[in-house]
Design a protein around this ligand. Structure first.
Ligand SMILES: [Mg+2]
Length: 387
């Protein structure tokens, strides 16, 4: 029987993990004290397994998918459609799910990563090799200063520079007035000087008028890049800001897959793409976003949804294959969490994150940690003290 040789998708298990953050992470729309990750384990008919992650930021305050919704979309719609299908054609699975499930990109991502991981493990190669091979062994990694307090942020920045962990800082702004935010950024840039690159993320909080004042002030303060200053749909405003100032304007929330990437390029609505695997709908769709950005001559940046080491490793596999990632990455998610869920943590040193070596996405889970952080075991999370 020829079809006994085909490896099939046997089982898809999902679980929600709640992991405390090391400090309050203050964003324009929410303050995070816990990060919630959806982890997927796909089991295949030959006994192999693949792992994936689909994670968002701040419940439903960042985007249209919540952790609970991600789990539900997989359990109710994606998993039943994939059980019994050929495990070795990730493309066939991606096309089928795109046909059956609209939107829900983060849910699709979690399953897709697990399929790539399983395929890589069966073939004995890394996911980077499945995407043509790595051209980087390590990538620059930014840290986000988001304590909500300038002095705390400055102390944190100095510590990161001294320990050679980060020399690129992204400041989360947009919660206070534009004037106060610009003053906060200027204080931090003045404190770190030329030892670090300072950038900001407004997470869509500004109007076009706010953004005009904001970009002018940020540029004068020595800030190099502003991420998603206005809402995602305001492409004309993004285009005006991109052409009106020297400071680089980066699209993040505006980029949900390759179709958005093309629309942003067509509208000249960004200088840089923040490429996020989860927001793109998986590694394959993220690779298409990268291709569109590259073809348009834009800068590229490896973005994060503050995934655990699992989703971070998957993103690293793809970004390792990208020729020019001129703005580096922000794949620091595991460092924001109080605990590690991988058997072997991802390595951060000399201002870079190292691409995990090994088959599949290059990492394995620590079963004790997974059991500890699973929401369905009924443990109560106590939030850490934060700003
Ligand atoms: Mg962002």
């Amino acid at each position: 029987m020829w079809n006994t040789l085909v490896t099939k998708i046997d089982q898809i298990e999902t679980m929600i993990l709640d992991i405390p953050t090391i400090r309050g992470h203050v964003l324009s729309m929410a303050t995070m004290r816990t990060q919630t990750a959806v982890v997927v384990v796909v089991r295949f008919s030959d006994g192999s397994e693949g792992i994936g992650e689909g994670t968002t930021i701040g419940g439903l305050s960042y985007g249209p998918e919540s952790p609970e919704g991600i789990k539900s979309a997989i359990d109710t719609y994606i998993a039943p459609a994939l059980i019994g299908r050929d495990a070795d054609s990730v493309n066939a699975a991606v096309h089928l799910i795109d046909k059956l499930v609209k939107g829900n990109r983060i849910a699709k991502t979690a399953v897709e990563i697990a399929l790539w991981d399983g395929l890589g493990k069966r073939l004995g190669v890394s996911v980077a090799q499945l995407f043509g091979g790595a051209v980087h062994e390590r990538l620059p990694v930014a840290w986000t200063l988001a304590s909500g307090n300038s002095e705390t942020d400055i102390a944190e920045a100095h510590e990161m520079i001294e320990t050679r962990r980060h020399n690129i800082f992204k400041l989360k702004i947009g919660k206070r007035s534009v004037r106060d935010d610009v003053a906060h950024v200027a204080r931090i840039k003045q404190a770190v000087g030329d030892a670090a690159s300072v950038r900001v993320d407004v997470n869509t909080a500004w109007s076009l008028q706010d953004a005009r004042w904001g970009l002018k002030g940020l540029q004068d303060a020595g800030c190099e890049l502003v991420e998603q200053p206005v809402p995602a749909r305001y492409r004309r405003a993004m285009a005006e800001l991109s052409s009106g100032y020297e400071i680089a304007v980066m699209a993040d929330e505006a980029l949900n897959g390759p179709e958005d990437a093309l629309a942003v390029v067509s509208a000249n609505a960004a200088d840089v793409f923040a490429v996020k695997v989860a927001q793109s709908g998986g590694l394959k769709r993220a690779s298409e976003v990268i291709a569109i950005g590259q073809a348009a001559g834009l800068g590229l940046y490896g973005g994060t949804m503050l995934e655990t080491g699992l989703g971070t490793a998957a993103a690293l596999q793809l970004f390792a294959t990208t020729e020019h990632l001129s703005w580096g990455t922000e794949l620091f998610g595991p460092l924001l969490l109080t605990d590690e869920i991988l058997a072997k943590p991802i390595v951060y040193r000399d201002f870079c994150v190292e691409i995990p070596k090994g088959v599949g996405i290059g990492v394995t889970l620590d079963p004790d940690k997974i059991a500890f952080f699973r929401r369905d075991v009924g443990r109560t999370i106590t939030a850490v003290a934060g700003e």
